[in-house]
Write a protein that binds this ligand. Structure first.
Ligand code: SF4
Ligand code: SF4
Length: 187
């Protein structure tokens, strides 16, 4: 009798399994994608490959080379070379070695200038390690052209600042000379 019950239970379980298989075959929406011919729509909050957004209004990328992102990174992914100074600071080199990246988001949270973002791009697999080494022209939104425009904007701003400082110093010297001349005339 026990043998018959076991056999019946096994048979019912097979039927249940087959019913689920049949349901998936005909009744349910297919979720498997034929990648890479079909591509997934990932969430906008996806932690994908990084980029440095280009600010059209300011004519430059937002990064000021403060290194806060590099300091926040636990695995030493980010290196950079600063250019300019003060409010006209930026970077002429910014490199990320994504082979070491955990996509933990700490660098993005550390940035006070909204200068580094993660995109929805996710394909990094390669047989070449160099592919995961992203230089500034690959990171900047707009590529090498955006880097060049940033450089020109910073250089122009620095020149303008230096000219304004020189003009202010000349005006001050002229005023001092005028005051000295007036003192001489009074004596
Ligand atoms: S996501 Fe994390 S590991 Fe990757 S660069 Fe940013 S801080 Fe470093
Ligand atoms: S990305 Fe942000 S935190 Fe990193 S150096 Fe640039 S401004 Fe500083």
């Amino acid at each position: 009798m026990r043998l018959i019950v076991s056999f019946a239970q096994g048979f019912v379980s097979i039927l249940k399994g087959m019913a689920i298989t049949f349901l998936n075959l005909v009744g349910r929406r297919k979720i498997t994608l034929q990648y890479p011919y079909q591509r997934p729509n990932v969430s906008p909050r996806w932690r994908g490959i990084f980029y440095l957004p280009y600010n059209d209004e300011a004519g430059r990328i937002n990064c000021v080379g403060c290194t806060l992102c590099a300091q926040a990174c636990p695995t030493g992914v980010i290196t950079m070379t600063k250019m300019g100074a003060g409010k006209h600071a930026s970077v002429n080199a910014f490199t990320m070695d994504l082979g070491r990246c955990m996509f933990c988001n700490l660098c993005i949270e550390a940035c006070p200038f909204d200068a580094i973002h993660m995109s929805t791009r996710f394909e990094l697999a390669s047989v070449d390690r160099g592919v995961s080494l992203l230089t500034i022209d690959k990171l900047a939104q707009g590529g090498a052209d955006a880097v060049e425009r940033t450089k020109r904007t910073i250089e122009a701003a620095l020149e303008q600042e230096a000219a304004a400082k020189a003009a202010a110093a000349a005006a001050k010297a002229q005023a001092a000379a005028g005051a000295q001349a007036a003192e001489g005339a009074d004596a």
